[in-house]
Design a protein around this ligand. Structure first.
Ligand code: GUN
Ligand code: ZN
Length: 441
């Protein structure tokens, strides 16, 4: 049995915070302890009480004065786009054709896939993210590479082979049948292996024929417990092209609805320009709209109206995500900083407690994995992040005037990045320090 006790300021959320003062929404221990036994949280609370229960021999890792929280969750990110992050000058469809599809064609090569998967998981962990919902490329090999690497490190992931059979170069196309067969084989091999979960992943309506969306729907029916991830209503040219390709549809969402792709495990990236009918359809089906602020800003796609979606008569389930490489940073802190500004441009605010709820318990609930991660409840997996609010001179100076936890969280979100992440625990294993001290690959 591996047992140790973390000491620090321990914060986790219980419900979605309604205001910056919503003290009932979270649990906070100024001198807290988290007891970890064999990769799971075995006890949590006031340090002296937890330590008393654990016994004198227990090894203590002292993270004071830092904050210990559940690890961050990134609900939409593209592993094969690491080397096109920060590509200049294009909106979505040009960006896909100019940068993305040529880049993803490299992932037929298993060696390349394995190298990038390794670096990708290094980078996400370094930024405090312990679970990702990730897109691989169209190639089965890229998914093998990704899951193998994640499984070796015991990182929880949701991932899938992109299905795409048209409107892209041959090197990144499958067919309705091979897309189905490859997905089936990957599900059989990987879904539920250790901490790996498979997501059925039709890229979007433009790159899938009706026959392929039919096949994706069949996969969802055959595996109702699996996630489904795709893109929806990101950019005006994309929406117009989709309407041309599916002229019978009421709107973009109706295309996915028609093929049976909506539901509580369905994750729709972007959802920037939804009509009320589309938002109703997502809400009625329990589908999730994924907010990708750095990407929506970088590609000039538009302003996701977070508060409209949450406060409407039929609220949407919302997740937050980086969408690297359309997104420009692996950090969920940077993501929520940009998210805050997008919400401000829509004339609203997102309170700092709600931001940190979103990237922990909120995303866990949106991905239906809150029984495993996103809280610090006993019995859940010990995926944790340790945050240093004085990580830079600028942050340390500003901290001199901070008086409340809510203010501190807002400072972390506004000024923080990977430098503020002191340590990350993945299933109870210190993972960031292990990456930082590993010899170069
Ligand atoms: N729509 C279809 N594919 C993609 C992608 O890779 N990134 C983004 N941002 N949008 C997409
Ligand atoms: Zn995406």
């Amino acid at each position: 049995m591996t047992t140790f006790l973390l000491r620090g300021r321990v914060l986790s959320f219980l419900t979605e915070p309604e205001s910056p003062e919503d003290r009932a929404s979270y649990r906070y221990e100024e001198d807290g302890g988290v007891l970890i036994v064999d990769g799971r949280i075995a006890d949590i609370g006031d340090f002296s009480l937890v330590s008393g229960r654990a016994g004198k021999e227990v090894r203590v890792v002292d993270h004071r004065p830092h904050l210990i929280m559940p690890g961050f969750i990134d609900a939409h990110v593209h592993m094969p786009q690491m080397q096109i992050i920060a590509s200049y000058g294009a909106e979505l469809l040009d960006w896909l054709n100019t940068y993305t599809f040529p880049e993803e064609s490299k992932f037929r090569d298993t060696q390349h896939g394995r190298r990038i998967a390794r670096l990708f998981l290094d980078e996400t962990v370094r930024h405090g993210t312990t679970t990702v919902a990730a897109y691989c490329s169209v190639h089965k090999e890229s998914v093998e590479a990704f899951f193998s690497e994640a499984h070796e490190r015991n990182i929880m992931t949701i991932a899938g082979k992109v299905m795409m059979d048209r409107n892209a170069p041959q090197a990144v196309l499958d067919t309705p049948q091979t897309g189905y067969d490859d997905s089936k084989a990957l599900i059989a091999e990987w879904h539920g292996k250790g901490r790996q979960l498979y997501a059925i992943t039709p890229r979007f309506a433009i790159t899938s024929s009706p026959e392929q969306l039919e096949m994706a729907g069949a996969l969802c029916r055959e595996h109702p417990d699996l996630h489904m991830q795709t893109h929806l209503s990101e950019n005006h040219a994309e929406i117009a092209f989709t309407r041309e390709l599916y002229p019978w549809s009421k709107d973009y969402t109706d295309v996915y609805e028609h093929y049976g792709l909506l539901g509580p495990k369905a994750l729709f990236g972007h959802c920037v320009h939804l009509s009320e009918r589309e938002a109703d359809a997502l809400s009625d089906s329990g589908s999730v709209a994924v907010f990708c602020p750095t990407s929506n800003l970088f590609l000039g796609s538009g302003l996701f109206d977070y508060q409209r979606y949450r406060k409407r008569r039929k609220p949407l389930r919302i997740a937050a995500a980086t969408d690297v490489g359309g997104g420009t940073n692996y950090s969920m802190l940077r993501t929520m900083d940009e998210g805050y500004k997008v919400i401000a441009l829509n004339g609203e605010k997102l309170n700092p407690l709600a931001s940190f709820w979103q990237i922990t318990l909120g995303n866990a609930k949106a991905l239906s994995i809150e029984d495993k991660v996103g809280t610090l409840d006993t019995g859940t997996d010990a995926d944790l992040v340790v945050l240093d609010s004085r990580a830079t001179p600028n942050m340390a100076l500003r901290m001199e005037t901070v008086e409340t936890l809510t203010e501190e969280l807002f400072l972390l979100q506004t000024l923080g990045d990977d430098r503020a992440v002191r340590e990350v625990y993945v299933a109870g294993r210190a993972a960031k320090s292990a990456i930082d001290t590993a010899p170069p690959a």
